[in-house]
Design a protein around this ligand. Sequence first.
Ligand SMILES: *Cc1c(COP(=O)(O)O)cnc(C)c1O
Length: 231
Amino acid sequence: MVSLADNLNKLSRRIENATELAGRKSGSVKLLAVSKTREAEQLFEALQHGAREFGENYLSEALEKKEKLERMPGTEGLVWHFIGPIQSNKTKPIAENFSWVHSVDRLKIAQRLAAQRPTTLGKLNICVQVNIDQEETKAGVNPAELTELLAQIDQLEQLSIRGLMAIPDPTLENSNALQRMQDLFEQVKQQYPSVDTLSMGMSGDLEEAVAHGSTMVRIGTDLFGPRPPKV
Ligand SMILES: *Cc1c(COP(=O)(O)O)cnc(C)c1O
């Protein structure tokens, strides 16, 4: 049996230790609970043990769970992050149901999210996904095109640029991907005062990501247990 309480405690300790080791301020790294493929009941249990922010990859699955959770007691104030690839015909429900999107990697998507964001919900928080290892099959903007994309997104009133997201290629050794992301993040932070988020680090590289300036680690496996293989 997976104990979410134990896992959350362990993760808090890992994050705190890594933060301290890096000489960073305590509490400067947030945990995003990546809840793709998990049942609403598991999310409910995680939130009872202190998780408030959830990251989802698949839109229809996410909307179903969100609706279910919102009918459960004590679930006000949850923060939903969309972290999966985005098809342009799915931007409207994303703009209407999430507070954050970590996977914006092209202008068209940003423009649609901005146009479809209900003004009553305030600005949508955006991290631009960077394809830091320039993998052909992976989403994300090429690092060389990041500056221009950010400048264009900055023109969109309904969006707030909060930072960068990356999923480094785990099979590469000595790629310095985390270091290169940290450098990009520092540059972007200088340019845009709203930028405060480096969304980087998963179960397998949490410590290294925190050592390289991550402010938000996205954890699935080490919180909820192994994911069932995709069918
Ligand atoms: C699934 C996923 C995660 C979580 O990965 P784990 O290795 O299970 O912690 C983080 N970020 C993104 C974008 C994901 O799709």
